[in-house]
Structures are given as C-alpha cells and as structure tokens.
Design a protein. Structure first.
Length: 248
C-alpha cells in the first residue's frame, strides 16, 4: 500500500447493527391522523411492521401535544393507540406498543402539570420538547414543577436546539438537575443538517445521551436510520449499558 493510500484510506465500515440492541423506541408519531406523523391506519401498520423488521420489541409512541396546534388530549391519544393495537392484533403483528406524548413547553404545559394530566411511561417518565428558535425562559421552572409533581422529565432531541451548540455546559446542567437527554437516531444520519450530525456525534462521544428514539413520522425516517446502521456512533449508543431504552 502506497504512502498516500495509507493517508486517505477510509475507516473500515462496521457491520449493520440490529435495533434490537436498543429494545424499545420511546419517540415516534405512529397514531394515525392526530399530528404530523402517520396520516392513516394503513400507514401506521406499515410503519410498525418496519419497526419490527428493524428489531424493536417495544414502542412507546409519542404524539405531539401543543396548546395552539396539536390539541391532543390524553383520552384521544389513548383511544388512538388502542385502535392501532387492535388493528395490529388483527394483522398478527407482534410488538408491545403503548403511548405517552411529546409535550411542547408552551403556554398550556403548566396547566397539564397542575392537573396531573400527563401521559408517562416506565417509572413516571415524561417526554417534552422545547421551541427551536430560542431557549424558553421558564425551562428551569418547568423542570422543577415536573419533578415536584412526581414526573421524571426526558428532554427530546437536545441535539437539535441550535442555541446550545456553543454552550455544551447546558447539557451537563440539565443532567445535573435530573433531566434525561434523548437523542434522535435520525440526527446521526445527517437528516436534519450536517451541523446537527456533528453536534450529535460530539454528544455521543462525551457520553451525554441517556436515551434514543427514532422520532419516526414517516417511512423515509426509518429508511434513513436503516441505511446508517453501520454508523460508529449508533454502535456506540447500542453498546452503552446504562441506556434508558434497555430498562423498559
């Protein structure tokens, strides 16, 4: 092998990993017709079948709850997942599927916390997301109020909040306050942006990630993840023994 061949030699590719290594997916949008995810039952069943093919044995699907856009109630979400579960049983699709929600930190969230009208999974964990434009002023207050009400907050896709890209200490502060950080596997594929991919890899290398999710809205998301199952950083996450997904 020549000198230049050694310099420019590509890193060896890893074998594609089965997503059974994660066990459960805790972030997806599979209930038909209630948010920007699956539009109908046929699509939902098709997506769940692909989850099974990829190796997941459990799904906690998490439709959006937004006070000014996706005004999903707990009853609407639970009825939706029950209908999906019934259809999966009819079609003999074998997977453990339940529902929680992805709560947006907006003007309606505090009222839901006060009423204890929050859908959780595992040991009272709740998934929530932030606005993408700027960090909300009441972030620390909402975290505190979640915890005082007995909930354990998991922050969805922290790698996508660009206002923290130059402030990595923010991730450590959140973890110190008891917040788990959930990364989208899609972020490691470059789906959102090259910058998001770079930040995601840096977070994995720094051992900042507590949980993963597909954040699947449509089949293209699963196809992108499947295409990157030989990714070094997806392998690193799968080999992380303390990953939250493996405890569900």
């Amino acid at each position: 092998m020549s000198f230049f061949s050694k310099i420019f030699k590509n890193e060896p590719k890893l074998d594609p990993i089965s997503l059974s290594a994660f066990g459960a997916d805790i972030h997806s949008h599979l209930i038909p017709g209630i948010d920007d995810g699956s539009p109908n039952m046929e699509t939902s069943v098709m997506l769940v079948k692909r989850f099974v093919d990829l190796g997941f044995n459990k799904i906690v699907t998490t439709p959006h709850v937004m006070c000014d856009y996706y005004q999903n109630t707990s009853d609407k979400i639970l009825n939706g997942v029950n209908e999906l579960r019934e259809e999966l049983e009819k079609q003999n699709v074998k997977i453990d599927i339940s529902a929680a929600a992805e709560y947006n930190l907006d003007d309606g969230l505090q009222e839901l916390i006060d009423k204890k009208d929050i859908l959780t999974f595992g040991d009272n964990y709740v998934l929530f997301e932030l606005p993408f434009m700027q960090e909300p002023r009441n972030l620390q207050e909402i975290i505190f109020n979640f915890q005082m009400a007995g909930y354990k907050p998991i922050l969805a896709h922290p790698e996508r909040y660009t206002y923290w890209y130059d402030d990595f200490d923010k991730y450590d502060e959140l973890k110190a306050r008891g917040v788990l950080l959930q990364m989208n596997l899609l972020s490691l594929t470059g789906h959102y942006s090259p910058q998001t991919k770079k930040v995601s890899e840096k977070m994995v290398d720094a051992n900042l990630i507590d949980a993963v999710g597909t954040d699947c809205h449509r089949i293209e998301h699963l196809m992108a993840i499947e295409h990157h199952l030989n990714s070094k950083h997806i392998h690193q996450l799968a080999n992380q023994e303390n990953l939250f997904n493996k405890k569900l």
